[in-house]
Design a protein around this ligand. Structure first.
Ligand code: GLP
Length: 272
């Protein structure tokens, strides 16, 4: 089953998940982390800061990226990952990939120009999948959840078999993310995101959610029907998925008492 852990605060969630990451890295210093953007995973990155030395050899793959932002835009996920994760944790930037981060280089290799740009974009997902495979896959994938039930940028309707590809954002997601841009029109229409199939290949999924606004999406993901209409419900198909939520985000879970009981009595050796 999906393990649900209800914590007292985002900070507590950050400590718990950072602990799991540090255990992983102490076993394998060059472990592969699946990195998520958004406000939700920030407490994890914060809790990891004092342990930056242990993370020097870690490799990272981000979940998603906007398509069409000018190079170096401060809200591109490449910029966000560099600012919030790579810099503060002292990761090696060359070991951290973001979908589509090789499009300019690939276009140049193809001779440049609009046709080369288009081809480089169209094939970026395949190259990202190859890079993930070459790295041996993701050991621990951090996930937030959007109000539409999306993970990464897999909007409703995404195939459970989907791999990294270009997608169109829903208007709801564009509206939700408009707060990061000068105007709502500036939010791109398109993104490039790991697919649900890509995410399901990670060895451990850790989905975090805080606040009442996420409670419906969390209940749907954990206890609702497994359906592409709620992409995060794909986690129910994963053999090792951990959902870490605060009480508000957990408030619509039907089996909440059981999750609390299971966590309270979890044998120490089992870890998350
Ligand atoms: C964006 C990201 C998702 C993230 C979601 C929720 O759409 N692509 O990966 O999970 O926002 O963001 P937040 O954590 O800020 O609520």
């Amino acid at each position: 089953m999906t393990e649900v852990i209800v914590v007292g605060s985002p900070r507590e969630a950050g400590e718990l998940v950072a602990g799991a990451i540090l255990r992983l890295v102490s076993d394998r210093p060059d472990a592969v982390l699946g990195l998520a953007t958004g406000s939700t995973p920030l407490p994890v990155y914060e809790a990891l800061r004092p342990h930056a030395r242990a993370l020097a050899r870690v490799r990272g793959f981000a979940l998603d990226e906007y398509v069409g932002l000018p190079a170096g835009h401060t809200e591109s996920y490449r910029a966000v990952i560099d600012r919030e994760v790579v810099g503060p944790l002292g990761l090696d930037p060359a070991r951290v990939r973001v979908p589509g981060d090789d499009i300019a280089a690939e276009s140049a290799r193809l001779g440049g120009g609009p046709a080369a740009d288009e081809l480089a974009l169209a094939t970026a997902g395949d190259r990202y999948e190859q890079a993930l495979a070459a790295a041996g896959g993701v050991d621990l994938q951090l996930l937030g959840i959007g109000a539409t039930g999306h993970i990464g940028f897999n909007e409703p309707g995404s195939s459970f078999a989907s791999l990294t590809r270009v997608k169109t954002l829903t208007e709801r997601t564009r509206r939700d993310n408009a707060r990061f841009f000068a105007s709502p029109d500036e939010v791109p229409q398109h993104c490039i995101t790991q697919g649900l199939g890509t995410i399901l290949r990670a060895r451990h999924l850790v989905l975090l959610a805080f606040g009442a606004a996420k409670s419906d999406a969390v209940a749907g993901a954990v206890e609702g029907a497994v359906t592409s209409s709620l992409p995060a419900s794909a986690i129910q198909l994963h053999p090792h998925a951990t959902v870490v939520v605060d009480a508000a985000a957990a408030s619509r879970l039907r089996f909440l008492d059981y999750y609390r009981q299971a966590w309270a009595h979890k044998p120490a050796w089992q870890q998350i």
